[in-house]
Ligand binder design. Structure first.
Ligand code: 3PG
Ligand code: MN
Ligand code: MN
Length: 559
């Protein structure tokens, strides 16, 4: 114990034993919603998850996974993986990036910090480039924040601004890109009327251009680099509106996957490559899909692709994306300081931990779980295994993804006896749900359920305990609805497919032969959220949780 009285040592739980292996399973994008034909979890054969729900009412419950329960600005904000896994791992509710940026913009503090002062030095002679996701999804970025930043930067001396847009269609409806570009074009026109040379310079669909994650496919980032920095892309247009309208007219066009384009002037030259002396801000607040570009922009030594030309720029992230790597080194808003996570406590209390997912969600059960921190706390007690994801495909063509392989790795880790906690993320419901392909999402949900079975069977064999939950909804509702819950139709009478996450609650189920028979969910916590799970898991390992953690979901009857 230090002089402040702080100690990493967790008190023993008064009733629950230590030494039972605990499997923690996170089903990504698996919410609870009314059973209808657009609820892919309901339509799919999911006997294991069904039996958890129906078999033991005191050991299955719902928790909130969106809005203020996970540190988002309002309860109109759907949940997402970052905030969901942060809450699951940290056991407390932290104001998240979206909210911190809102506050910094509202107070004007964003313009007083080191990050803004640093980029501002380029305003006199250089161009300010803003690169990021253009939508109001609120998962990685928000249009209204971009609008405020454009206004604030121009009022503080930015004379030449270039915006490099990434179209969404994943956190918002497919096809909405056109409206967002119209809005942005209108704002930039108003800036031009005030004498500021402000334009969109390049663009592309987020999943094909720039926003890869966890180093699954560097070509995605390279396509963005070529368009944004080098001013080079296969498609050239005179305006961004013309670009998105034309590219969307192609058969099977999809906002998430629009090809890269650059905006050119009358002579065919790109209007906004990044040049020596310019400033660059990546406007996404969320880390996972911006950190690869941050590396390309910031690192002198970089071998992931040929950058061809590396301009001498002043670069800042909207937030710092990786606290461990200190990347980027300059940023406009300080990220939430998520410390003393359950992962760190448990490892320091001797819990040997195994974590696994496939590439596209690997950082969710490691980096996000550990409070946006990469690496191990103690490599003698932890093993993190990443199964390579398919790359270059949309996951509706392979909806089973690597669920089986993840489950087998988890099974082997449980049976090995080498670990006290085995934690996985099963990505299927989410990754396939985002494609908007209902049939494929049904296959995805079945595959995830089969994976849960493999893990629970292993728990059964070793006399362990399981906790199965999810980080937010997605696959349980695949249609946009009106306020009374009726599916909305598009102009041609088809349903409007919902590719995004939802506001739905998610299940938490506990059980296994190692679970003390008196354990049941408390009924005195009215609206628990994902942050209550961490204390629960600590209890299942035989420890009390720290006093400032959200309360545990369980109690132990004496029987
Ligand atoms: O990045 C994505 O894929 C989506 O915007 C959000 O999905 P996730 O929060 O489940 O990763
Ligand atoms: Mn998720
Ligand atoms: Mn998702």
């Amino acid at each position: 114990m230090g002089s402040t009285g702080f100690s990493w040592t967790l008190p023993d739980h008064p009733k629950l034993p230590k030494g039972k292996p605990v499997a923690v399973v996170v089903l990504d994008g698996w919410g609870e919603a009314n059973p209808d034909e657009y609820n892919c979890i309901h339509v799919a054969q999911t006997p294991v998850m069904d039996s958890l729900k129906n078999g033991a009412p005191e050991k299955w419950r719902l928790v909130k996974a969106h809005g203020m329960a996970v540190g988002l600005p309002s309860d109109d904000d759907m949940g997402n993986s970052e905030v969901g896994h942060n809450a699951l791992g940290a056991g407390r509710i932290f104001a998240q990036g979206a909210k911190l940026v809102d506050q910094a913009l509202a107070s004007g503090k964003i313009y007083e910090g080191d990050g803004f002062n640093y980029i501002k030095e380029s305003f006199e002679n250089g161009t300010l480039h803003l690169i990021g996701l253009l939508s109001d999804g609120g998962v990685h970025s928000r249009l209204d924040q971009l609008q405020l930043l454009l206004k604030g930067a121009s009022e503080r001396g930015a004379k030449r601004i270039r915006v490099h847009i990434l179209t969404d269609g994943r956190d918002v409806l497919d096809g909405s890109s056109v409206g967002f570009v119209e809005t942005l074009e209108n704002d930039l026109l108003q800036l031009r009327e005030k004498g500021i040379d402000a334009r969109i310079a390049s663009g592309g669909g987020r999943m094909y251009v720039t926003m890869d994650r966890y180093e699954n496919d560097w070509d995605v980032v390279k396509r963005g680099w070529d368009a944004q920095v080098l001013g080079d892309a296969p498609y050239k247009f005179q305006s961004a509106l013309e670009a998105v309208k034309t590219l969307r007219a192609e058969p099977k066009a999809n906002d998430q996957y629009l090809p890269p384009f650059v905006i050119v002037d009358d002579s065919g030259s790109a209007v906004g490559p990044v040049l020596d002396g310019d400033a660059v801000v990546t406007i996404n607040f969320r880390a996972d899909r911006m950190v690869m570009l941050a590396k390309a922009l910031e690192y002198a030594d970089f071998d992931k692709f040929d950058r061809v030309r590396v301009p001498k720029i002043r670069y800042a992230g909207m937030l710092q994306y990786d606290g461990e790597l200190k990347l980027p080194s300059r940023y406009l808003v300080s990220p939430p300081e998520i410390e003393r996570t359950s992962g760190e406590y448990l490892v320091k209390n001797g819990i040997r931990t195994f974590a696994c997912s496939e590439t596209v969600k690997f950082g969710h059960v490691t980096f996000f779980w550990n409070g946006n921190r990469s690496g191990y706390f103690d490599e003698t007690k932890e093993e993190y295994v990443e199964i390579p994801s398919d790359s270059g495909i949309t996951f509706n063509v392979a909806p089973k993804m690597k669920a089986l392989q993840i489950a087998e790795k988890a099974r082997d880790a449980i049976l090995s006896g080498k670990f006290d906690q085995v934690r996985v993320n099963l990505p299927n419901g989410d990754m396939v749900g985002h494609t908007g392909d209902i049939e494929a999402t049904v296959v995805a949900c079945k595959a995830a359920d089969e994976a849960v079975k493999i893990i629970l069977d292993a728990v059964e064999q070793v006399g362990g305990i399981y906790l199965v939950t999810a980080d937010h909804g997605n696959a349980e509702d695949m249609v946009k609805r009106n306020k009374s819950g009726k599916p909305l139709l598009d102009k041609s009478g088809g349903i409007q497919i919902l590719t995004s996450h939802t506001l739905q609650p998610v299940p938490v189920a506990i059980g296994g032969p190692g679970l003390h028979p008196g354990v049941k969910f408390r009924t005195d916590i009215q609206t628990p959220g994902l942050a209550n799970v961490a204390a629960t898991v600590m209890n299942l390992h035989g420890f009390e949780s720290p006093a400032d953690y959200e309360p545990t979901l369980i109690e132990v009857a004496d029987n």
